[in-house]
Design a protein around this ligand. Structure first.
Ligand code: ARG
Length: 578
């Protein structure tokens, strides 16, 4: 049920009926205060100003034309011309009932499903996944789930870094290690350590450095032995990230990997096409595009190198090829890139040149959705105590351990096995939610204490709210009759029902703007309204009539399902007890 859309359509129709051009939006949004109704339409003022009429009179004319008898109990004009809409309890109750009877909680499938590429996670395979990859992985995955739930075709693209000069020293080192009887898996069990070792040898052993450089050239030339070593390295590195994805409950699969190297053959084609169209020129031996679109204040166009003077290609060249692939082969309508804000200029360059070169058709929407940096509690970028990068595997392990300790400190009737499972869901959920709940574009402070708190806008709080509802059902020992609509007699019941029905509007906004925190806020508000309802409206007390109990239980059921479904869209699991 998209309430906002329904009301917007109706108000727009009334505006049209009184002669207001379609270009004026009805501006319908949920009201902040119940006394202003459940929704407000604030578009009258702008229209009146333009048409030179009195806004209150215009609002009255619109209201006279407004057909909302089936959904609203009252429509009022307030202030300079706001239209306040009070929704009818009966109608809301019926919608809750309909939602409960649908697998998707009444969410509709997109009328025009799109093909949406989501470019996310994308670690550099030369090293181990570290916290720098966390945000892209978590946020991108939430968007993949949301768009899929809406019925879009989502193509996950894990644009992993598997090419570049550092692989010369890595495979030379791997060759030496495996020659000495060590199996590759063991040698590469700690990628970070392996990388450090290779780098140290590269810096200190001239013969090793020469061989590493030679291997880079051979690798690019397709030398079988070098490719074999490289492939071995990549396979093991990919296995490391697969383990993390699994632990993180992230939907990326090995087949979603479309690595940088997959575009190698297309790179000379990209250069050729740019040349033919006169979009690049030679500058000090390199091939460069000068983008007037991104000129500085003095009007100097921004140079973007697409081929180095030695003939080597760059990160940007590969991204241009990826745009071509997504446009021509995947035939995508949208591509969402979840990459650190520090790469904003890079993305602008890639998008601008792709458009000019016709690599992306005009209707193909290219969207960089940047995010800020994860900070430590000292306000500096998140590091280990000794100042090193934090390995993701270790961070996640710590999260589960902390959740385990937390559960152990509480009284619980869970078996050891159940407690372990719950700790995993709580620990991982806490890390993911803490990230998702912040406005994506801001930096955020990573704090164990706040993310693992059972109070406030956290995963444990929402998971706990869910288990509380489950415990009500266990005590009630009665199933919900989905065919009967709840009775919304108390203000808290109405407020809860209204919130329940706003899920789809929120999901729609998340899908459009790629801001998962909107869904987090929604779930948090929903839980808070549920707690208020629970305090004000007894359910299991012996003096509650059977019908009223059934009605309230159906509100409980709808809340539990909305919480579960909402958290699932964020990639966070729930449990029956904790
Ligand atoms: N591997 C890159 C990095 O670690 C991120 C790649 C993002 N995706 C892209 N199409 N450029 O910075």
């Amino acid at each position: 049920m998209k309430i906002r859309e329904l009301l917007s359509t109706r108000v727009q129709a009334a505006m049209t009926a009184v002669g207001i051009p379609d270009s004026f939006s009805p501006m319908v949004s949920p009201s902040n205060r119940p006394q202003f109704g459940d929704y407000q339409a604030n578009g009258t003022m702008a229209a009146a100003k333009k048409l030179g009429t009195n806004p209150r009179e215009l609002a009255q004319k619109i209201v006279d034309q407004l057909q909302l008898e089936d959904v609203a109990s009252k429509v009022e004009i307030a202030g300079p011309g706001f239209i306040n809409i009070h929704l009818a309890e009966d109608w809301l109750a019926e919608q809750v009932c309909t939602a409960l009877n649908s697998d998707s909680l009444g969410m509709e499938q997109a009328e025009q499903p799109q093909t949406v590429v989501i470019d996310y996670s994308a670690p550099n395979l030369a090293k181990e996944m570290h916290v720098g990859h966390l945000r892209s992985t978590i946020i991108g995955d939430a968007l993949a789930r949301v768009l899929e739930a809406q019925g879009h075709k989502v193509v996950r693209q894990n644009h992993v870094g598997d090419w570049g000069t550092q692989f010369g020293m890595l495979i030379a080192n791997l060759e030496d290690k495996t020659a000495g009887n060590e199996v590759a898996e063991a040698a590469l069990s700690d990628l970070e350590e392996f990388y450090r070792d290779a780098k140290q040898r590269f810096d200190n052993e001239p013969a090793f450095a020469d061989r590493a450089r030679d291997y880079v050239v051979k690798l690019q030339g397709g030398d079988a032995r070098c490719l074999e070593l490289w492939q071995q390295f990549i396979n093991i590195s990919v296995t490391h990230s697969e383990e993390i994805y699994q632990l993180l409950n992230v939907t990326l699969k090995p087949e979603d990997i479309k690595a940088e190297s997959a575009y190698n053959d297309d790179l000379p084609v990209v250069i050729e096409l740019l040349k033919q169209q006169g979009l690049i020129v030679e500058d000090q031996g390199a091939q460069v595009a000068f983008l007037e679109e991104l000129a500085d204040k003095e009007g100097n166009p921004l140079p973007m190198i697409v081929q180095k003077s030695g003939g080597g290609y760059l990160y940007a060249t590969t991204d241009l090829a990826a745009v071509r692939y997504r446009n021509d082969v995947l035939n995508a309508d949208r591509a969402l890139y979840f990459i650190d804000a520090r790469q904003s200029l890079h993305m602008k360059q890639v998008f601008t040149l792709s458009r000019k070169a016709g690599f992306a058709k005009p209707e193909f929407s290219l969207e960089h959705h940047p995010f800020g940096t994860m900070m430590g509690e000292d306000g500096k970028p998140f590091k280990t105590r000794s100042g090193g990068t934090v390995k993701l595997a270790e961070l996640l392990k710590e999260a589960v351990e902390k959740a385990e300790a937390l559960l152990q400190s509480k009284e619980s009737d869970l078996s050891a096995e159940e407690q372990k499972e719950a700790a995993r869901k709580i620990g991982i959920g806490a890390v993911k939610y803490a990230d998702l709940a912040k406005t994506r574009t801001n930096d955020y402070i990573f704090s164990w204490d706040s993310m693992l708190s059972f109070e406030g806008n956290t995963a444990p709080y929402l998971q706990y709210a869910y288990t509380r509802i489950q415990s009500i059902f266990r005590k009630a020992d009665q199933t919900v009759d989905n065919s009967v609509a709840p009775v919304l007699a108390e203000a808290q019941e109405k407020a809860l029902a209204l919130k329940l029905l706003q899920l789809e509007d929120v999901i729609d906004q998340v899908a459009k703007e790629a801001y998962p925190h909107l869904l987090c806020n929604y779930l948090y508000e929903l839980s808070s309204l549920f707690m208020k309802f629970y305090e004000a409206c007894p359910i299991l007390r012996s003096d509650v009539a059977a019908e009223q109990r059934a009605s309230r239980l159906s509100l409980c059921a709808a809340t539990a399902r909305t919480l579960q479904q909402g958290l699932d869209l964020l990639g966070i699991e729930t449990m029956e007890r904790m």
